[in-house]
Each structure stands twice: as structure tokens, then as C-alpha cells.
Ligand binder design. Structure first.
Ligand code: FE2
Length: 192
């Protein structure tokens, strides 16, 4: 199974440099490349499972990291396409207000998750089985992803997302910049 890297039409952003985006897109391509590499290697090694079982198992273990890195970034970069758009009226806004009282209090909770120590992602999902929003922290690319949920908002909190623009002690400013540039139309469409 092969994946092609997606392309993103990202406008000039406020508070996140073009250099950061260029470097970051390069990292994203690396995840796609490694998903393909793992799938190819597993297929090749499977011709002799008896001798390659440990290697196959380790590559299988690594797939979650690489696949998460691929898919998470596709959600992340798509959120900047089309430029800044405010939260539209509709299902997402209604759900946030119902669950957190207001968009401001939702943001406070989400920002708190995003500022978790370590590298990973702040994630907002929709649970289709209960039609509720759920948010959490994901370590690295994959540890803590909630199964059977659809991603709604993915905010990369790895240091590579902001280190060219902000030192680690100012990562909150990067987070603010993400939301300054967010196209909420793209995000809101994901709950439909
Ligand atoms: Fe990243």
C-alpha cells in the first residue's frame, strides 16, 4: 500500500514563518516516505517470516508512529489553507457551546492540553457514536490517539513546529499564532 504526499496551498501566516512551514512540510514528506518504506519492507520480509519475524514485528510497531505522523500533519496543514476564517455558525460551534459553555472556555481547556509538557499533539475529535466532542493530548504521533474517533482539529506541539520562530519558553505564542491563522471553515466541515 502506497501513499502520495499531499500538497497544501498555505498562505503567508502571521507568527509562523515560511521557513518553518517549508521545513515542516519536509518533515511531513518524511513520514509519508517512511510509511511506504515500512509497508514495502514488511512485504519483502514476509517472504521469509521465520527468519524475519522480529524485524517484521518491530516495523509493525513503528507503523503507528509513521502513519500518525503522516495523517496528523495532513489535518494540521489543511487547517491553514484558504487563510484565516472565523468559526462559522453551525454544528461545531453549537457543540462547543453546549459542552464547554462558550468558545472562550473551550479554548482555555484546549490551550491547556496543548501546553502539556513534551512533544505531541493537542487533538479535538468527534465521537460519532455519541455525537460528542472529545479532546486529548497525543504523545509523539500516536500514543494516546483515541480509537473510533474522527479528527476535527489537530495542533502540532512538537518543537519543530515553532523553534525557528519562538524559543520553547514562548510556545504559547506559537499556539496563539496557530489560532490566528486557522481556517475554522475547514475545521467545522469535519464534524458534518
Ligand atoms: Fe510536525
Amino acid at each position: 500500500m502506497h501513499y502520495n504526499p499531499k500538497t497544501f496551498n498555505i498562505p503567508e501566516l502571521k507568527g509562523i514563518s515560511q521557513e518553518t512551514i517549508t521545513e515542516h512540510l519536509g518533515l511531513y514528506s518524511g513520514y509519508v516516505k517512511h510509511v511506504n518504506l515500512i509497508n514495502d519492507k514488511i512485504a519483502a520480509f514476509s517472504s521469509d517470516i521465520a527468519n524475519n519475524s522480529y524485524a517484521i514485528a518491530e516495523m509493525q510497531r513503528r507503523l503507528g508512529f509513521e502513519f500518525g505522523g503522516m495523517r496528523n500533519h495532513e489535518y494540521y496543514f489543511a487547517q491553514f489553507e484558504g487563510g484565516t476564517k472565523n468559526m462559522p455558525e453551525g454544528k461545531l460551534k453549537t457543540m462547543m457551546e453546549k459542552q464547554w459553555g462558550s468558545l472562550a472556555s473551550w479554548y482555555d481547556r484546549f490551550a491547556h492540553i496543548a501546553l502539556t509538557r513534551g512533544v505531541g499533539w493537542a487533538m479535538l475529535y468527534i465521537d460519532r457514536s455519541t455525537d460528542q466532542l472529545v479532546q486529548t493530548w497525543v504523545d509523539e504521533q500516536h500514543l494516546g490517539q483515541l480509537p473510533d474517533m474522527d479528527l476535527v482539529l489537530a495542533v502540532d506541539m512538537w518543537e519543530h513546529s515553532y523553534m525557528l520562530d519562538y524559543p520553547p519558553s514562548r510556545k504559547k505564542e506559537y499556539l496563539t499564532a496557530v489560532f490566528t491563522n486557522l481556517n475554522w471553515d475547514v475545521v467545522a466541515t469535519r464534524v458534518n
